[in-house]
Design a protein around this ligand. Structure first.
Ligand code: NAD
Length: 300
């Protein structure tokens, strides 16, 4: 099956990045969100991603122009859905919302359209029946800063048709990414199954007063030679998304520490408009966060 037109549903942090990546690799890409304000923010973010890809990948103006030529922005879901071959959904991490979005898409998309979710922590089977086409639905999960973090996790649910799973595995390299096959459903795929416990334990250390966030990051960066620690990562992921995930699992499991961690993020960050990198302040301030300076880890 030929994939030509991609529809991105939810033009926030990740949706914007996925859309730009698809467009840069030659796919007609429509960015859909609920409001003109959200689309305006996406356009601005696309300018930032264009600058970042120039800096990080050495892309020239012609390559950037290809991406912008392939991008359109709309609040008209029906018109965008009519011709799309693959949907990539990046609305907030709420299973009811995701179910509602796919239920809305099913009657207005062509029958051949493949539906994918970029959910970080949910299972496709929590959403599949609501899509009306469970055999053409699966997870295609991307990493933040997609232009340099070139990994795509492809995770089927028990009802995903094998040929649809294989087609999405093939699609990943078509947008410059390396697919990771996930044959069995798992909360958090591979990447987040490893990352979530790290971010959770880092928050617990700070919330329980064991160490400050800079020392937690410093210890991790110095011991593992990583360029960023868990709190730098949380800023990139976004405080809203990190809170939504902690809050969801605190509600599902009744885990008291997770509840404390979620409440801490809400009171100290969300309620103060500190959303991480995207708002210019989270655990660090941007564009020059303290952890990126050589002296942070004792270098001159
Ligand atoms: P975000 O809050 O930055 O963006 C969500 C966007 O969805 C917003 O622009 C919002 O207006 C829009 N939206 C809300 N309801 C909608 C609807 N009914 N229809 C269309 N658009 C709607 O969130 P994000 O960080 O981009 O996360 C989105 C999804 O991607 C989540 O499932 C998250 O788990 C996943 N994800 C996030 C990251 C990350 O690092 N932030 C990484 C991988 C996956």
């Amino acid at each position: 099956m030929k994939i030509k037109h991609i529809l991105i549903v939810g033009a926030g942090t990740l949706g914007s990045q996925i859309g730009f990546q698809c467009a840069r690799y030659g796919f007609k890409t429509t960015m859909y969100d609920l409001t003109e304000e959200a689309l305006a923010a996406c356009r601005t973010y696309h300018q930032g991603i264009a600058a970042a890809t120039k800096k990080d990948l050495g892309l020239d103006d012609a390559a950037i122009a290809v991406a912008f030529d392939n991008l359109t922005y709309t609040t008209d879901l029906k018109a965008a859905a009519e011709t799309c071959d693959l949907v990539s959904e990046s609305v907030p991490e709420n299973p009811d919302l995701k179910r509602q979005v796919f239920a809305q898409l099913n009657p207005i998309c062509p029958e051949h359209t493949i539906f994918t979710t970029n959910s970080s922590s949910l299972l496709p089977s929590q959403i599949a029946d609501a899509t009306g086409r469970p055999e053409r639905f699966l997870a295609l999960h991307f990493a933040n800063r997609i232009w340099v973090s070139n990994v795509a996790e492809v995770m089927r649910h028990p009802g995903t048709a094998p040929e649809v799973f294989e087609r999405v595995i093939e699609f990943a390299p078509e947008i410059g990414l390396v697919p990771i096959r996930i044959e069995k459903e798992n909360h958090g795929y591979v990447m987040n199954a490893l990352l979530m416990p790290l971010l959770r334990e880092a928050q617990t250390l700070v919330v329980n007063g064991i160490a400050g966030h800079q020392d937690v990051d410093r210890a991790w960066m110095m011991a593992t030679q990583a360029p960023v620690g868990p709190f730098g990562m949380i800023d990139v992921v976004g405080l809203e998304t990190t809170f939504t995930i902690s809050n969801y699992w605190a509600n599902v499991t009744g885990d008291e520490q997770l509840r404390k961690n979620a409440d801490y993020l809400k009171q100290n960050f969300l309620d103060k408009g500190k959303l991480g990198l995207k708002s210019g302040e989270g655990f660090y301030t941007y564009p020059n966060p303290a952890y990126a300076k050589p002296e942070f880890i004792g270098k001159q």
